[in-house]
Ligand binder design. Structure first.
Ligand SMILES: [Zn+2]
Length: 352
């Protein structure tokens, strides 16, 4: 089934009238399709296990999320094995296919474990009939602990290294010159992206290896963008949004399914629709918040370092043979990141 989805998306992108970079982006954004499929199958498989093996029923709160995680990883692995070689070809990435598949799967697994961990914790507390307040306290503690260990998770998910003395000196000089408040970074071994992870003083800015080749003002603009995410507590807002949306969507799903419960067929269709639509809705709401945050971080970086160097850095980091990639409204929200063309256009509007 994952192969069929992969074949469909490969055929559609091959037909679309788009540049190689745009095709690669569309393929990346489509990774959510096999994920929802894996989730549906995982919940079904978990239910099946509970029916077949009654002793497991007491631990339903662990069985169902773990089955969902396992099938989701399996679907993602199958999907990636088909789609990653095409993305690598479009992006001109020379990394061997095996290595790319292994590092992508590791990245996905590290990102998913905490999310499924939430389901296990909530399920466990529900099974013990914990009160609403107890649930809220446990959720808050879980999210707080996750935020503290998140720089560690990033390092588990991808290869990173400490900066050399020269690199560190350069980052500190830029931080002083532009008042960025960044006294250390970690270098991400793969590629041209930067990110920030953690809370407050425990935050770590990760700078992709390729970014080190940028001129000083461009590198400073990129770091300023990440520092703005940190200073405006964007990660906390993201996590809170995801949790709140999840709770609202689940409440709506439970209410609707409750109404349908008299009619078995309608109920089962409802469950399937909810399993597919709920993650999609949560993703779109979260993605919309992230797009707004990206533009806000760009504005802050433009104020501190300049709109022009940031636009130059974006162009240098993202342009392929066909120029800077543009993608549509929906893709921006599915990826949780505005297209570089939109970002550069906004920066241009801010500068003039
Ligand atoms: Zn950003």
């Amino acid at each position: 089934m994952a192969y069929a989805v992969a074949r469909g998306v490969l055929r559609r992108t091959a037909k679309a009238d788009a540049s190689d970079t745009e095709r690669a982006t569309t393929l990346n954004a489509a990774a959510a399709d096999p994920a929802s499929l894996g989730l549906v199958l995982g919940v079904v498989a978990g239910g099946e296990l509970l029916l077949e093996l009654p002793p497991l029923r007491e631990s339903w709160w662990a069985v169902v999320p773990l089955a969902a995680l396992a099938t989701r990883m399996a679907m993602t692995a199958l999907w990636m094995s088909r789609v990653l070689p095409e993305i690598a070809r479009l992006e001109g990435d020379p990394t061997p296919a095996d290595e790319r598949l292994a590092s992508s799967l590791r990245y996905v697994l590290v990102a998913l474990v905490p999310r499924y961990g939430v389901a296990v914790v909530v399920g466990f507390l529900l099974a013990r009939e914990t009160s609403g307040i107890g649930l809220a306290v446990a959720l808050a503690a879980y999210v707080g602990a996750l935020a503290v260990v998140s720089p560690l998770l990033v390092r588990l998910g991808q290869r990173t290294r400490v900066p050399t003395a020269g690199e560190l000196e350069r980052v500190r000089a830029l931080s002083t010159r532009y008042r960025l408040g960044v006294d250390t970074v970690r270098i991400g071994a793969q590629g041209g992206a930067a990110m920030v992870s953690g809370v407050g003083r425990g935050s770590v800015v990760f700078v992709g290896e390729r970014l080190l080749a940028l001129p000083d003002d461009e590198l400073a603009a990129v770091i300023a963008h990440e520092a703005a995410h940190r200073d405006h507590h964007h990660l906390a807002v993201r996590t809170a949004t995801r949790l709140a949306t999840t709770i609202v969507v689940l409440a709506v799903a439970v209410t609707v399914l409750d109404r349908l419960s008299g009619d078995t067929a309608a109920f089962l269709v409802g469950v399937l629709v909810a399993l597919v639509a709920a993650p999609y809705a949560i993703r779109l709401v979260g993605g919309s918040v992230e797009v707004v945050q990206e533009h806000a971080a760009d504005r802050a970086a433009a104020e501190q370092v300049g709109a022009e160097p940031l636009a130059r850095a974006l162009t240098a980091m993202t342009s392929g043979e066909a120029g800077v990639p543009a993608y549509g409204w929906l893709t921006e929200r599915r990826l949780g990141h505005p297209s570089p063309v939109t970002r550069i256009a906004r920066l241009g509007a801010a500068a003039s």
